[in-house]
Write a protein that binds this ligand. Sequence first.
Ligand code: GBH
Length: 454
Amino acid sequence: MSFRKDFVWGAATASYQVEGAAYEDGKGLNIWDVFCKEDGHVYEHHTGDVACDQYHRYKEDVAIMKELGLKAYRFSVNWARILPEGIGKVNEKGLAYYDNLVNCLIENGIEPYMTLYHWDLPYALHQKGGWLNPQSPEWFYEYAKLMAAHFSDRVSHFFTFNEPQCTVGLGYVTGEHAPGLKVGPYDYFSIWHNVLKAHGRGVQAIREAAVRPVEIGMAPCGALYYPATDSKEDIEAARKANFSLPEADIRAASWDVAFCADPVFLGQYPEDIMKSFGQYFPKNAEKDLELISQPLDFYGQNIYNAVPVRADENGNPVRVDRYPGFPKTAIQWPVTPEVLYWAPKFLYERYQKPFYVTENGMSSHDWVSLDGKVHDASRVDFMHRYLREFKKAAADGVDLRGYFAWSLMDNFEWAYGYSERFGMVYVDYQTQKRTVKDSGLFYKNVIASNGEIL
Ligand code: GBH
């Protein structure tokens, strides 16, 4: 068996990473606007002020998507463009931008997949304590309701949060991402819980306000594991590793897949999390689990790489060292195609929902060659290898619905600024000229054959 006939081949981006127009048309500030201006956070003081200027160039970008044959575009909404203060007064020009984008996508036969939160919290809400404020789920409810009421006539797929793990783990623990804080365990678990409550309130808001039936999900990330060999024991150890805490440390907790997905899909926090950290949770947190586990329509996961594990004599997972010279991408992430077979399989088994890979891709230090083209041979090979493994998961009966390449185009890679390029389309930031890379052309053929060429 291969990919379904209606399989969704897409590409993803996020508002702060591509839009630019940071100070235009009534947009309010968000935490990244501020974070990038403070010393020491982002590579060479880069900012998303202009980024790929998609705000002004969306028509050109949609034309490229059409040329590639994309079925869907997963983009995110810059909350402060819609609600400059995060709540309250609506900025009509912000709504107009997304109206234009959504309409343009639909006119070109590309389905909009809308993410409500990809890390750009309105700064006005940060000043009220951001995700630490117990009111934050209600702020998100208001915003989500507005978005669903306005867009659900044309948008039928919504994501509440992109990678809540990074919001909390990088924004509030390591401080690598905005707002750049390093909180202690009491705040950490409150923030985590508030974000999950906000997700639940967001789902309720979308269902209440939607004018048509819509599908709602999330796009989490997390540390993933695959078996080092095909032995039963190693497979079982890998299954265990994917849903348990490797060590009782809040940094590790942030990347525990089950810490986010169990409450959201199964209505409970994992036992090992509660055992190690229960004392830090807000009082009566379990009362909110019904809210947090609002029924969802699909399971999405951003997948980049994974760690090989084997079973020890008790069947517990042990990391296996990679051999010297193991392939890695420019940003130093290992190349592990087998994750696109094992992760969908393990996640589908546990959460039993139609499955999307909501992001997958790699960075390489591409440039325009003398022939005017961009020959990103490593990315072509990466996509080929990963997608072949993904196809095996389809053959194995995992209910695969879609795949979103990260990213459509090179963009602002957070703390790395523009120094890492993840796109299938090259962006010259000096001229804003776009060039489809070899990987874009490869993906076009994958899509045209519905994966048969893999
Ligand atoms: C995604 O983040 C983002 O959604 C996107 O905006 C970004 O541009 C893109 O990927 C590329 O970075 O191995 O346990 O230490 C992915 C961020 C970074 C999340 C590594 C998991 C470490 C988990 N990922 N991280 S672990």
